[in-house]
Design a protein around this ligand. Structure first.
Ligand code: ADP
Ligand code: MG
Length: 305
């Protein structure tokens, strides 16, 4: 790395580290993180490629925020407490305006997700590629996995679903809601909230959990397959934001098939009360596969919205 590149890291990324967990952060050959005694390390990595995972005209602040938030969502889905993150950045050129804005968005996500930056790698390459690795901790016996759903469990989801798919329809000019609704949906898409506090709360409470990144049906399909059960959903119980509800059948398709909401979908033993902000949307049954309102359903049937 040239002195110039090191200066860029010092300028834009050094300040995002710190905190009790990082014993040694940016500046040495590797970082040292303290793991709470008796807990296991939970780690996940996600890559965003410009033009593939986000449009080239996305604000760099939003790219920085989203890159960390989507990775952090995987920690939430495991019930892990956030520890720290690392960033591998490939850029065609050291564009300081881009770096300044990107690092501001990333800093906001580091604060919101409680994930200080412990290190990274910076390289020059033909396209902008952002890889974020996240580290969390959880008592080994409390990790939320996909394979624990049992017949009789309730199926729940946090927040509202279909918002990110609705935002994509706005960005692609396929749908034109009012300006206020559009602004709220676009904010949801660009600044997803990793449900870390909910994930921690669900430890020892939920029997299985997943984050909604590919779409509610696709992701609950993973839970059903891993757990060896069937899942039956009731479409009238899907929690929708008002504009998505007003979109009728299209809104329902966004809620069931659209990805990128980064809410948590999870199963609870019968009789448990869903946490605040979460909605019961169905139940776990004997068998295999997914159904909606009694009709067999799979993710592929809901991709055409
Ligand atoms: P090495 O050559 O030992 O791999 P580097 O020159 O790649 O080290 O990085 C020097 C220091 O800067 C390391 O501590 C590394 O973690 C940190 N670093 C490099 N790029 C980034 C980045 N994009 N974000 C945060 N830290 C970074
Ligand atoms: Mg390196």
């Amino acid at each position: 790395m040239s002195p110039n590149e090191f200066e860029l890291i010092r300028r834009y990324f050094w300040g995002l580290g710190g905190g009790a967990v990082i014993r040694l952060g940016i500046g040495d050959d590797a970082a040292l993180l303290d793991l709470p005694p008796g807990e296991v390390l939970v780690t996940s990595v996600d890559t965003l490629v410009e033009g593939v995972h986000y449009p080239e005209d996305t604000f760099p602040e939003d790219v920085g925020y989203r890159a960390l938030a989507v990775a952090a969502s995987d920690l939430a889905a495991m019930g892990a407490s956030p520890l720290a993150c690392t960033l591998a950045l490939t850029l065609p050129a050291p564009d300081e305006l881009w770096l300044q804005a990107f690092s501001e968005g990333l800093a906001q996500a580091c604060a919101d997700c409680r994930l200080p930056l412990a290190g990274g790698d910076t390289t020059r390459g033909p396209a902008t590629v952002i890889t974020v690795q996240v580290f969390g901790a959880c008592p080994a016996n409390a990790v939320l996995r996909r394979d624990g759903a049992r017949p009789g469990d309730q199926v729940c989801v946090s927040g509202t679903v279909g918002d990110a798919a609705a935002a994509l329809a706005i960005l692609e000019e396929r749908w034109h809601p009012g300006p206020e609704a559009a602004a709220a949906l676009l904010e949801r898409f660009h600044r997803p909230a990793a449900r870390l506090a909910l994930g921690e709360h669900l430890r020892g409470v939920a029997t299985a959990a997943i984050d909604v990144s590919d779409g509610l049906l696709a992701d609950l399909g993973h839970v059903a397959a891993a757990s060896g059960v069937a899942i039956a959903l009731a479409s009238e119980s899907l929690p929708l934001s008002p504009a998505v509800a007003a979109a009728g059948e299209r809104g329902r398709a966004w809620a069931l098939g659209g990805g990128d909401d980064y809410e948590l979908a999870f199963t609870l033993p019968a009789g448990a009360v869903p946490p605040e902000g979460c909605t019961r949307i169905g139940e776990v049954c004997e068998g295999a596969g997914l159904s909606v309102d009694g009709e067999p359903a799979d993710a592929s049937g809901y991709r055409h919205f």
